[in-house]
Design a binder for this molecule. Sequence first.
Ligand SMILES: Nc1ncnc2c1ncn2[C@@H]1O[C@H](COP(=O)(O)OP(=O)(O)OP(=O)(O)O)[C@@H](O)[C@H]1O
Ligand SMILES: [Mg+2]
Length: 219
Amino acid sequence: MSVKTIDLHKDYKVGDNIIHAVNGIDLEVKDGTFAAIMGRSGCGKTTLLHLIGGLDRASSGKVIVNDNDLSQMKDTALSRFRCCEIGFVFQKFNLINEMTVKENIITPVLISKRKVNEDYIAELTEVLGLSDRLDHTPLQLSGGQQQRVAIARALANDPALILCDEPTGNLDKKNSEEVIALLDKIHEKYGKTIIMVTHDPEIGAHADIILRIEDGMLI
Ligand SMILES: Nc1ncnc2c1ncn2[C@@H]1O[C@H](COP(=O)(O)OP(=O)(O)OP(=O)(O)O)[C@@H](O)[C@H]1O
Ligand SMILES: [Mg+2]
């Protein structure tokens, strides 16, 4: 799935100040590319990722995901598109602790009212090394395992585009290496387009292209 932004802006008004969190970004990520977004804290990486994924609306400019102009979509169409076509991995996992690992993973499938493809889920959890943890709850898992559950959930609907915000941000070196190795594998094995925000140059080096952001602009 390809992603293009055209003169993309996101402004936040705080008191009398306007913060230009995303300040005129034109970028293109071609189908099947693994891209990393890097830059200092506060430069606008999360804001940009949320605009690309339709979690937030732009102040002006366009986000085009495979010929779909997100700014032209109504809320219901946008949430359906998001749920079916895009997988999110959030920095803080955002797992539901009252549900089992398996239930967490298949949530996007149930929300989009699709049938659970048990073979695909079994393959996915095998690849992610979670097969023997499906009946556990997230709090019974290590941080790295929880992050892998979040990745499995992001892939459960077989989305063509995967957006990850600091997927290794809460992990130690060993777990970070495991998670990035998995993203590499997912990129190669399933040919997904991946856009990943990271602070870590070693993690960023796994991507095909690096998009550097400074003060809301691409440099
Ligand atoms: N809801 C909001 N209201 C007002 N300002 C915001 C809001 N969200 C973000 N900002 C501001 O927009 C700028 C970009 O924030 P963003 O979260 O995108 O940064 P980031 O690059 O992801 O930083 P980090 O690496 O620390 O996660 C920051 O100056 C931030 O203070
Ligand atoms: Mg951020």
